[in-house]
Structure formats: structure tokens, C-alpha cells
Design a protein around this ligand. Structure first.
Ligand SMILES: [Zn+2]
Length: 77
């Protein structure tokens, strides 16, 4: 299972798993979860309580837009 503290919101736990799948590092929250990308240039917070209905979807979209995301590397090769 995951090495980070399980997120109380199911959709955001799934979101953290997406970050993990993409090779990101997840740090347990003080106030927020912190996620760091494999290349070290990109990071963001994942809130404990979503600020809107699209929070998880927006964060996932953001992840997939990062230049170091696996889907981007595939497109470039
Ligand atoms: Zn990166």
C-alpha cells in the first residue's frame, strides 16, 4: 500500500496515488500534503479539504501538464 498517510477524502487519496504512479514523492501533511516531482523542478500542495468540487480533477490536470510527466516524455520520443 501507500507509504504516505492515507488521505481522508477518497478522491484525493486516488489523486495522491496518481502522483505516486507518475514517480512523484508525497510528503505527509503538516497543513497540506506536499508532492514533489522526480526531476525536482515541480511541486505543489494537496489540500486536506478540497476547495471546490473540481479540486482533484484540476490537480490531476495540472500533474499531466507538467513537462516531466511520463505522458509528455512518451510524446517527445
Ligand atoms: Zn518535474
Amino acid at each position: 500500500m501507500s507509504y504516505w498517510r492515507k488521505h481522508q477524502k477518497k478522491e484525493l487519496e486516488l489523486l495522491l496515488q496518481k502522483f505516486d504512479d507518475a514517480g512523484w514523492t508525497i510528503e505527509d501533511p503538516l497543513k497540506y500534503y506536499s508532492v514533489k516531482c522526480p526531476c525536482g523542478d515541480h511541486r505543489r500542495w494537496i489540500h486536506l479539504t478540497p476547495s471546490g468540487n473540481n479540486y482533484a480533477k484540476d490537480a490531476l490536470g495540472w500533474l499531466e501538464r507538467q513537462p516531466c510527466h511520463p505522458s509528455k516524455r512518451k510524446e517527445q520520443s
